[in-house]
Design a protein around this ligand. Sequence first.
Ligand SMILES: C[S@@+](CC[C@H](N)C(=O)[O-])C[C@H]1O[C@@H](n2cnc3c(N)ncnc32)[C@H](O)[C@@H]1O
Length: 304
Amino acid sequence: MASSRNRTLRVEEQEKKQLLAQCATKKSNMQLSDFTDNVFCEDVLELVDKLPERSVDLLFLDPPYNLTKSFGGSVFRQSTVEKYSAWMRTWFPRLLPALKPTASVYMCSDWRTSGIVQAIVSEHLIVRNRITWQREKGRGAQSNWKNCAEDIWFATVSEEYTFNVDKVKNRRKVIAPYKTKDGKPKDWEETDEGKYRLTFPSNLWNDITVPFWSMPENTEHPTQKPEKLVARVLLASTNEGDVVLDPFAGSGTTAVVCKKLGRTSIAIEVEPDYCALIQKRLQLTEPNSAIQGYNNGAFDSRNA
Ligand SMILES: C[S@@+](CC[C@H](N)C(=O)[O-])C[C@H]1O[C@@H](n2cnc3c(N)ncnc32)[C@H](O)[C@@H]1O
């Protein structure tokens, strides 16, 4: 019963070659149009110096955390803080010339890497916030606290940047519906589903579930970010048509959300299995299609 409802997206062996053939390849003297709305099956270090200067509006970074983890055919190995920081310094500063002066950067991390990310990002950019995503899922431990949060560092190149707060409000049920003297709802509205108010988004994101097997967006990638999370970032910090770079694209969540929201995506991912997965996901994605948890211009509560 459960397996018949499993909606996890997989790439079959026989379709992989054709999907990979749709990926772009690097060449000399690349223009922005060579990058946009393409997926590159490459090591980020091979492309980073080819990115046109001042061309990217948003850089979304979700690199491997400092943990031993298998990604497709490769294993990322946990190392010391010094070695992990040195690895991050091989690519992070080199991505920055590609940013527009008005660009924003979001970098994901777990508790082990959060301090490293803050230190390195603040050497180059204006750090504006640390968002904590309460993931809900996490393995219980006998001698430590269950690990169920991630930090997403938000930074900008300058004081001038996009922040569309009205696009990322939260729809929350009103517990005590207050009415004004003339009987009108104060800051809430009555809908068919009940009484709701739109609230300002905070830096604690506790309304987003890790994709799981019965969700249509779920894939076999081990650390896939939810579309709802990436949509919140993109809606707040970009406008339609803006260029979004994700150099650790994984299952392609950023590229998929870009397509749904009319943003321009550049995706780089080193593992061919995941590049094929991104292409398959993109083929199944319609522009303007739904994002689970985002309806009528606002974000619903978890599992609403
Ligand atoms: C944490 S995952 C990203 C998950 C992604 N945000 C998603 O929603 O699916 C990190 C990805 O970076 C890829 N990766 C690791 N080293 C890389 C490199 N040097 N260049 C490009 N991609 C790399 C891994 O294969 C992995 O898929």
